[in-house]
Design a protein around this ligand. Structure first.
Ligand code: CMC
Length: 435
């Protein structure tokens, strides 16, 4: 018997099965053969929230949560943040290798020349209610792009996939900036092809009457590094949604809108906005112990703390603290930083957080930087969605070409009633129901 097997004895039948172990994993389908009789469906695995289920093979992003390691295509995040531009990292994540200068120049040219939005998309955005949340405008508008590019459903055509990938990476900042300006009632600013990806984004956000927008280089680089840190994070909630929706062969614009919807929640990318609201609520250092006590009593969560995978530290949070210093050197310190540092200090000494391995995650400090750069809290999750689009697209592409993948379709353990008879409406007894 191979040592790379798991021997399972089904005590209901006394039968023994050898299940292969590959890459530290057993296949759920190998358990289906374990039946009590011919009518039995066979054993399934129950794993709510996919706590211990690998849904794919992937060569994009490696995370070692216990050691705080994050690598894109094998390159440590620290080196990429130090040496690369965002579009260089996007190329790496999507195509597997760092580009040469010629390849990068071509890639940057291609992305830069897809940043414009169709005028009908602009009109679509104009119809949003004044004060709409920028993240929901972004999600709806990306979904609406599926009407502009109906051929995008040709997902098995590599050339079509590449075109949609370029369009989406290029257009996300344009949509994001338009949603921001719409929420302020400002006229939209068209892209400037002479600027870098982040400089152009800043141009579309903040250009007013000046003939040419000049971004502060420190802030533009800080945004670039933040984009690099957020570009992919393997099978998180949003990426899993991207793969699941994409697995039905839906338009990538709709899959991206779905992934962005998942990201918008406060337990995922929406946490960065919630952190700032939490720091506003805490108000002063003196209020921190009472706030931490209320967290420990289960009244609320400490937003920006904890992670499903990182159980030691989030390497992105460590890098973000460094960026914060550079940004505050230009903008002046965000007054909430002191509260955040003290909150972190108190939490990291407290047994509640130590025993549960809860550490600051990527969202704990990113909001402070975004706010110092000049973003409203409503924009924070949008700033997460722009770079994460690269990761979503890489995950989507990998899923589409993987012969092992099919339409995503989990199983359930049915717990409801069976075989009831419909009673005519006049004869029914009222039963109190809850949602
Ligand atoms: N504050 C207080 N308690 C917490 C927190 C928190 N932020 N996070 C987890 N816990 C507790 C949780 O109540 C549970 O306690 P107990 O064992 O007594 O029931 C224990 O720690 C384990 O937590 P969990 O909910 O089982 O962990 P999870 O892996 O399901 O959740 C998480 C991960 C990120 C959703 C969660 O830590 C959380 O809600 N954090 C706050 C929101 C946040 O910052 N999200 C951003 C995540 S990083 C960026 C991203 O993914 O987009």
């Amino acid at each position: 018997m191979s040592s790379s097997t798991l021997t399972v004895t089904d005590n209901r039948t006394g039968k023994t099965y050898d299940v292969p172990i590959e890459d530290g994993t057993v296949r759920a389908m190998d358990f289906r053969q374990m039946k009590t009789g011919t009518d039995d469906f066979g054993l399934m695995l129950y794993d709510p929230a996919f706590m211990n289920t690998a849904s794919c093979r992937s060569s994009i992003t490696y995370i070692d949560g216990d050691r705080g390691i994050l690598e894109y295509r094998g390159y440590p995040i620290e080196q990429l943040a130090e040496n690369c531009t965002f579009l260089e990292v996007a190329y790496l994540i999507l195509f597997g290798e760092l580009p040469t200068q010629t390849q990068l120049d071509h890639w940057v040219y291609e992305i830069t020349h897809h940043t414009m939005l169709h005028e009908t998309t602009k009109k679509f955005m104009e119809s949003f209610r004044y004060g709409s949340h920028p993240m929901t405008m972004l999600i709806s508008t990306v979904a609406a792009l599926s009407t502009v590019y109906p051929c995008a459903t040709n997902v098995h055509d590599p050339a079509s996939r590449l075109l949609q990938i370029k369009r989406l990476i290029a257009k996300m900042p344009s949509i994001a900036a338009m949603s921001y300006r719409h929420s302020l009632g400002f006229p939209y600013v068209y892209p400037d092809n002479e600027l870098s990806y982040t400089e152009n984004f800043m141009n579309m956000l903040w250009k007013m009457v000046e003939p040419k927008y000049a971004a502060n280089p420190v802030l533009a680089r800080a945004l670039e590094v933040l984009f690099i840190l957020h570009a992919d994070h393997e099978q998180n909630c949003g990426s899993s949604v991207m793969r699941a929706v994409g697995s039905s062969l839906a338009s990538p614009y709709l899959a991206i809108a779905s992934a962005a919807s998942a990201l918008s929640g406060p337990l995922h990318g929406g946490a960065n906005e919630e952190v700032i609201r939490m720091l506003d609520e805490i108000d002063s250092k003196a209020d921190i112990p009472a706030y931490v006590e209320s967290v420990k009593r289960g009244k609320r969560k400490l937003m920006g703390f904890g992670h499903r995978v990182y159980k030691n530290f989030d390497p992105r949070a460590t890098l973000i603290k460094k960026i914060a210093e550079q940004v505050f050197g230009v903008t002046g310190q965000n007054p909430k930083l002191e509260i955040a540092l003290e909150l972190e200090r108190i939490a990291l000494q407290d047994d509640y957080f130590i025993s549960r391995k809860l550490y600051p995650n990527v969202d704990f400090y990113s909001g402070l930087i975004y706010q110092a750069i000049g973003f409203k809290p409503e924009m924070f999750t949008v700033l997460f969605a722009i770079p994460r689009t690269v990761g979503w697209l890489a995950q989507w592409q990998e899923m589409i070409v993987d012969p092992a993948q099919k339409i995503a379709r989990p199983r359930q353990i049915y717990t409801g009633s069976r075989q009831r008879q419909v009673v005519p409406i006049a004869e029914r007894d009222a039963v109190e129901v809850t949602a």
